[in-house]
Design a protein around this ligand. Structure first.
Ligand code: UDX
Length: 434
């Protein structure tokens, strides 16, 4: 059993804290946000993540998990401290490491004994691990050792708890072998492959993994553009490809492209790191460009179907960047709503859980109304745009939908519905090459 501090209790930090507590460790989560810490102490999770509320509640009650705003409290007896703060994109495209630096400086200030510093935040390779180790060494008393271990996360929002307990692999990058082994030891009960390597290779593994998944998505979206021109069905193509074990069936769903707090940021940061080190990645540039223009494709399709978007009522179903989360960061839906409103459309939007988070970044206005359920959003619309593949949209009463819409156009941005069924019901069904 280890005493573990977790700095930053957001999507990654809170999931990591709860899972390590569940695995028998004594965990204290640290955050600068007093209100968030107070809510967490009462078992209230400030975002939607399946299974996480129960996991936090159980470990709060068991006394294996607690939260504080005081580093001194969390580091006093810590064997390890995890840095799980955000690394958002800066205007230049590089990852903003200011929160990571602040966490390292606080560790150096409040550590009272030697401990292992585990970097779980997504930090680009190319000298940042050395930079962080230098900050720790320069600010700690010489009697306190704080070896740095890079341990990137591979958690998917919406299944983060499952992914924590069932990782495909754990990657541990360190110069200090003993420290690496101790961190690797945390994951032995999970019985998964554990790769021990150097920090830069561990960081690059994280970026390369996300960039490859993003590349698969932009690849299938480019193939969909060709398929549409030659009359091929992209879903059949993706299925046919997926049977090949070397390709794999996942991440071949064509549609509005990727969003979220990882792929956009990580592909951009990797591209920026490459540029910084004298290499311009044509492939990563193309991945980002294809992804960005998927949104334009959707608006063009709606304009073609409705002749003009001016004063048209467009129902947007789905706001979150993917199902099973309320996260709207880089969500295609929000970008599309702005593009539709700029063209004079009246948008009526619905999402099962993400309306509160969407409203914070995109408040209602003359051209945008958030609705209480899907049917309210559909009522009187000239067209429907499905922007998130929530399963509940598949099980709508599409006969009822047809009769309550003003128009008959459905643009299925996520390949959720059957083109044959929708066309039989009398819809003008639009999708990416299906
Ligand atoms: C991703 C990685 O999967 C995870 O390993 C990493 O730790 C963090 O980033 P996440 O961003 O939560 O996880 O979501 P993911 O399920 O990967 O989907 C990312 C985006 O790609 C979503 O917008 C999703 O709609 C889109 N997507 C996914 C597609 O457009 N097509 C697909 O086939 C799969």
């Amino acid at each position: 059993m280890k005493q573990i501090g977790i700095i930053g209790v957001g999507y990654v930090g809170l999931t990591t804290a709860a899972c390590l507590a569940e695995m028998g460790h004594q965990v204290i989560g640290i955050d600068t946000d007093r209100q968030k810490v107070a809510l967490l102490g009462q078992g209230q999770i400030p975002f939607s993540e399946p299974q996480l509320p129960e996991l936090v509640e159980r470990n709060l009650r068991a006394g294996s998990l607690s939260f504080t705003t005081h580093y001194s409290e969390a580091l006093r007896d810590a064997d390890m401290v995890f840095i799980c703060v955000g690394t958002p994109s800066s205007p230049s495209g590089h990852a903003d490491l200011s929160q990571v630096e602040a966490a390292a400086r606080q560790i150096a200030r409040f550590a009272t004994r030697s401990l292992i510093v585990v970097l779980k935040s997504t930090v680009p390779p190319g000298g940042n691990a050395e930079w962080l180790a230098d900050i720790l060494q320069a600010n700690l008393p010489s009697t306190i050792k704080a070896p740095l271990v890079v341990n990137p996360e591979f958690l998917r929002e919406g299944s983060a708890v499952y992914d924590c307990f069932h990782p495909d692999r754990v990657v541990v990058g360190a110069w200090d072998t003993a420290a690496a082994e101790e961190v690797a030891g945390l994951y032995v009960p999970l019985q998964c492959p554990i790769l021990l390597t150097d920090p830069a290779s561990a960081q690059m593994t994280k970026y390369a993994s996300n960039a490859f998944l993003a590349t698969k998505i932009s690849f299938i979206n480019e193939i969909a553009r060709v398929a549409e021109r030659i009359g091929a069905n992209i879903h059949a193509v993706a299925q046919g490809m997926g049977f090949d074990g070397r390709i794999g069936a996942e991440f071949l769903e064509s549609g509005l492209g990727y969003g979220g707090s990882c792929f956009p940021k990580d592909v951009l940061a990797l591209s920026a790191i490459a540029e910084q080190h004298g290499y311009s990645s044509q492939l990563l540039q193309a991945v980002m460009e294809i992804n960005a223009t998927q949104r334009e494709w959707a608006v063009l399709k709606l304009e073609q179907a409705l002749v003009s978007l001016q004063d048209k009522a467009i129902c947007v179903l789905g706001l979150a960047f993917k199902p099973d989360t309320d996260d709207v960061r880089e969500a295609p839906a929000l970008e599309l709503i702005n593009m539709l409103c700029q063209r004079g459309a009246q948008v009526q939007a619905y999402d099962p859980v993400a309306i509160p988070t969407a409203q914070k970044v995109l408040p209602p206005h003359a051209g945008l109304r958030y609705c209480g359920d899907a049917y309210e959003a559909i009522q009187g619309s000239d067209a429907i745009l499905i922007a998130t593949h929530w399963p509940e949209f598949r099980s709508l009463d599409w006969d009822r939908v047809r009769s309550t819409m003003a128009g008959s156009t459905v643009l299925d941005g996520r390949g959720l519905l059957s083109s044959d069924q929708m066309r039989t019901l009398g819809f003008e069904y639009l999708a990416f090459a299906s």
